[in-house]
Design a protein around this ligand. Structure first.
Ligand code: SAH
Ligand code: SF4
Ligand code: F3S
Length: 467
């Protein structure tokens, strides 16, 4: 077993990145068997699950949606907050129970939680019924580990990676909208965040390879692609080949897929050139997810976010001014160690200033191995919960307010699937990433249609197709 080394921050600069073409020979030795897959975490994990699905299907497994029917269970875990971890261990309890009745069941854990030494130790000691543990850096070993699974626990995890694989295959969830990794890992080391430890150093894919993938997706008829990275605006910096995220975005837009998106943008290093490209191309969607995290400069500094509230506001205003009808969403953490009532008030102030289209809000969750987990924290959990409630009330008011502006307007919606609001309904997204439930038939799925908005709610819109 290779133990992850939580001191990876020190030796990042010295590692030279290797680029290689993946060429796996996977035999369908599990024909007739079924797999069950659960994904926790962010879009990156969702996209990794599409890679996992490809491997399982190549091995001969067919998808099933009930845990009880499965011959193999894969849990793709997340480590971002304690509740993500609790969910995984909760579900693992069900898997353990099932394995008592079904001795041949293969249980496999992968994803970010498996990059944490304490969790691996816990699995090795107290969860012996887990068959396979594989880390984020060596997901490609999964087919081999499954093929060779003999009922003993196999743990294969690497602490870091100097590798970027091309020619990775995916079994994508959607035929309409696709994820594309443009950058792996993260070098920002925000003091609260586990991602740099679980995903390794920041490494960009070469632009030609990304554009080749975009071309291929266009050929397959995809209507939308989302360029994925933990901070996409740092794209290319590690390569030093004379191109950056603005170049990539522009070249991607030129290929002509109807909708191009990107996530996540770090406010640090978001250049004017990037904003100009977003504004220039109608197929680059006017939507930016721009996490602020806190409205207090003291806390932002302690978080190592590399910008001040003033700088954020300036960037926010420039994006709003240059990109027509843009919508901007954010992430906010409350209860960072020793956050005072005054600091929190400043977070409310920035929300009042920006009036975000939406915000994901979290209570700070200490992660083992991060700097913030060691910081003194006198604020009680009750106080933090109260702050979260106050904040949620405010952000919901603003998202409702921004949604109300759509009522009676006609907007373009890419219909992505059936709606859970009724069998006579489908759903999709506006260019600005607002979810719309529409009365209409399934024939609309995969099309961009003009929709008149009839009602606004905090988290979605209702509408009808304009004939
Ligand atoms: N790379 C992205 C975000 C990745 S994690 C970025 O920098 O914007 C998604 C969100 O989870 C973060 O923006 C942050 O708000 C939240 N988060 C990360 N670590 C956290 C922690 N330890 N406790 C609470 N929230 C956290
Ligand atoms: Fe985490 Fe910060 Fe990197 Fe985002 S930029 S993944 S919050 S360390
Ligand atoms: Fe994503 Fe969770 Fe890992 S948010 S990068 S899956 S820790």
């Amino acid at each position: 077993m290779n133990k992850p080394d939580l001191n990876i921050a020190k030796n990042r600069e010295e590692v030279k990145i290797n680029y290689g073409n993946l060429d796996l020979d996977i035999k369908p030795v599990f024909k007739g068997k079924k797999y069950f897959l659960r994904t926790y975490g962010c879009q990156m994990n969702v996209h990794d699950s599409e890679e996992i699905k490809y491997y399982l299907e190549q091995l001969g497994f067919k998808y099933c949606d009930k845990l009880e029917d499965a011959d193999i269970v894969v849990l793709n875990t997340c480590a971002i907050r304690e509740n993500a971890k609790d969910k995984v261990f909760g579900y693992l309890g069900r898997c353990k129970h099932l394995k008592k009745a079904k001795k041949d069941l293969i249980i496999c854990l992968c994803g970010c939680l498996m990059q944490q030494p304490s969790e691996i130790e816990e699995i090795a000691k107290n969860h012996k019924y887990v068959d396979i543990v594989v880390g984020t850096h060596n997901l490609r070993e999964l087919p081999e580990l499954i093929t060779k699974c003999l009922g003993q626990q196999e743990i294969e995890v690497y602490s870091n990676s100097d590798q970027v694989w091309e020619n990775v295959k995916y079994s994508r969830d959607s035929k309409i909208s696709a994820w594309i990794n443009i950058q792996l890992g993260c070098d920002k080391f925000c003091t609260y965040c586990i991602v740099p430890y679980t995903r390794g150093r920041e490494r960009s894919r070469h632009i030609e390879e990304i554009l080749k993938e975009v071309q291929e997706l266009k050929k397959q008829g995809y209507m939308e692609i989302t360029l994925l990275g933990q901070n996409v605006n740092a794209y290319g910096k590690d390569l030093n080949l004379g191109y950056d995220f603005a170049t990539l975005l522009e070249e991607t837009a030129k290929i002509g897929i109807p909708r191009v998106r990107f996530v996540t943008s770090h406010p640090w290093n978001f250049t004017d050139k990037m904003i100009d490209v977003i504004a220039k191309y109608p197929n680059i969607m006017p939507y930016v997810h721009l996490p602020i995290q806190s409205g207090s400069d003291v806390i932002l500094k302690k978080m190592n976010r590399r910008y001040t509230v003033e700088e954020y506001k300036k960037l926010f205003d420039t994006i709003k001014e240059k990109v027509q009808n843009v919508s901007i969403t954010t992430d906010i953490i409350v209860g960072f160690p020793n956050e005072t009532e005054e600091d929190f008030q400043k977070t409310l102030d920035i929300v009042n200033y920006c009036k975000f289209d939406g915000a994901f809000t979290f209570i700070f969750s200490p992660r083992v191995g991060t700097a913030a987990a060691l910081m003194e924290d006198k604020t009680s959990l009750e106080e933090k919960e109260e702050r979260l409630q106050k904040l949620n009330k405010l952000v919901n008011e603003y998202s409702l307010e921004s949604n109300k502006k759509y009522v009676d307007k006609v907007v373009k919606v890419l219909v992505t699937g059936s709606s859970d609001k009724g069998i006579d309904k489908v759903c999709g997204y506006t260019e600005t990433m607002k979810l719309v439930n529409i009365i209409g038939s399934h024939d609309l799925i995969g099309k961009i249609v003009d929709v008149k908005i009839t009602e606004a709610k905090s988290f979605s819109l209702d509408g009808e197709v304009v004939k």
